[in-house]
Design a binder for this molecule. Structure first.
Ligand SMILES: Cc1cc2nc3c(=O)[nH]c(=O)nc-3n(C[C@H](O)[C@H](O)[C@H](O)COP(=O)(O)OP(=O)(O)OC[C@H]3O[C@@H](n4cnc5c(N)ncnc54)[C@H](O)[C@@H]3O)c2cc1C
Length: 332
């Protein structure tokens, strides 16, 4: 069994930065990622979007940002293992044994959980036809806009993802509908403005999808107005269901890690330690307040910086808390 000081679970933006930081602080680490690629939400949910809110980078394509994060993570030869889903964390005296894909693979002194929104299980509508037409016109993300060229597309949802997709697709699709079950959207002001001012998008408030119909592919959706209960139908070529993910803080059966009331995030203290000694959590899937207040790369990264410093102190009690400015470290 390979032994490490630290096992980092998840190679999304937070896990990648933590990998770099562990190297910066001379912590022997391995990062385990369930998927066969790194970057977490970026490749999964917005590979083609531009990102503007990373310090020092005015504007960058999300996939390019992920590639740079990977390059940074590998600066100190930090080990990153793909297709490695952590299925359990087993206490072993003061250490932990990490089970990967059902097999006990690693032993470590500390664990940093950076599993974000989990394994990207999309929330479903739960109507007839949803499973039948999945992949035959029913999608849960938009990864390639060109796939929707000249199509009539209905998008279900009222948050940032749904409205972003609508705005993006309106330039490529023939027609875009947004169906939202309530009368208020839950999106950022700028996103909302863009959609409200986009004449290519038809907004259908208080509207839910009740059935998805078709033959070898989707042809039509049935709808209901939640307020006056009138029913209707729309002929569509594609349906994008963007109503979030079933976020569930990872449950590792051999340890009882405390989570928020809704079970979606792991609770941490101001050192990013969970209720268990030696197990830390950071990123979109960890919070002191129940829900992540700022689920963005810069904040998650800053928190990873603090977490790694506390982990360093945990592993080496006489180490200094701050490892020094990177510009002073003579990194080759
Ligand atoms: C549409 C959209 C646009 C966004 N735009 C921006 C933006 O412009 N700027 C910004 O700063 N932020 C943006 N974000 C948010 C940003 O992507 C997240 O804050 C960030 O991805 C969180 O990183 P994370 O590593 O904590 O979690 P995640 O990105 O969710 O990554 C977690 C990783 O852990 C892995 N994992 C889960 N369980 C296990 C397991 N048991 N074993 C091994 N691996 C596991 C997952 O496969 C995943 O790769 C956006 C998010 C979305 C959805």
């Amino acid at each position: 069994m390979d032994e490490y000081d630290l096992v980092i679970i998840g190679a999304g933006p937070t896990g990648l930065f933590a990998t770099f930081l562990a190297g910066l602080r001379d912590i022997k680490s391995v990062t385990l990622e369930a998927l066969d690629y790194t970057g977490g939400q970026i490749p999964e949910l917005y590979p083609e979007k531009m990102v503007y809110d990373v310090q020092g980078i005015p504007k960058i394509n999300a996939t390019e940002l992920r590639d740079k994060m990977y390059e940074q993570a590998k600066l100190f030869d930090g080990e990153i293992k793909l297709s490695s889903k952590v299925t359990d964390i087993i206490p072993d005296n003061d250490e932990y044994i990490i089970e990967v894909n059902g097999v006990k693979e690693y032993k470590c002194k500390a664990v940093l959980i950076a599993t974000g929104i989990g394994d990207f299980t999309p929330r479903k509508i739960g109507c007839p036809g949803e499973d039948e037409f999945k992949g035959k016109g029913v999608d849960y993300t938009v990864k390639d806009i060109t796939k929707f060229k000249d199509m009539v597309v209905a998008i279900v949802g009222g948050g940032d993802s749904a409205l972003d997709y609508a705005d993006e697709l309106s330039g490529t699709a023939k027609k875009v509908y947004v169906l939202h079950h309530s009368e208020k959207f839950k999106a950022a002001e700028k996103t909302l403005d863009a959609v409200m001012n986009n004449k290519g998008i038809s907004l259908m408030m208080n509207t839910s999808v009740t059935e998805i119909k078709g033959d070898s592919k989707i042809r039509e959706i049935s709808t209901i107005n939640e307020k006056d209960k009138t029913t209707g139908s729309i002929k569509v070529d594609a349906l994008v269901i963007a109503i979030g993910h079933v976020g569930k803080a990872n449950v590792f059966k051999s340890v009882n890690i405390e989570t928020s009331k809704n079970g979606r995030t792991i609770l941490v203290n101001n050192e990013f330690q969970t209720n268990l000694k030696g197990i830390y959590a950071v990123g979109d899937g960890a919070t002191a307040a129940g829900e992540p207040v700022h689920p963005i790369i810069a904040i998650d990264g800053a928190n990873a910086y603090i977490a790694i410093n506390f982990i360093k102190k945990y592993l080496t009690p006489n180490a200094t808390m701050f490892g020094g400015h990177s510009s002073s470290l003579n990194i080759k």
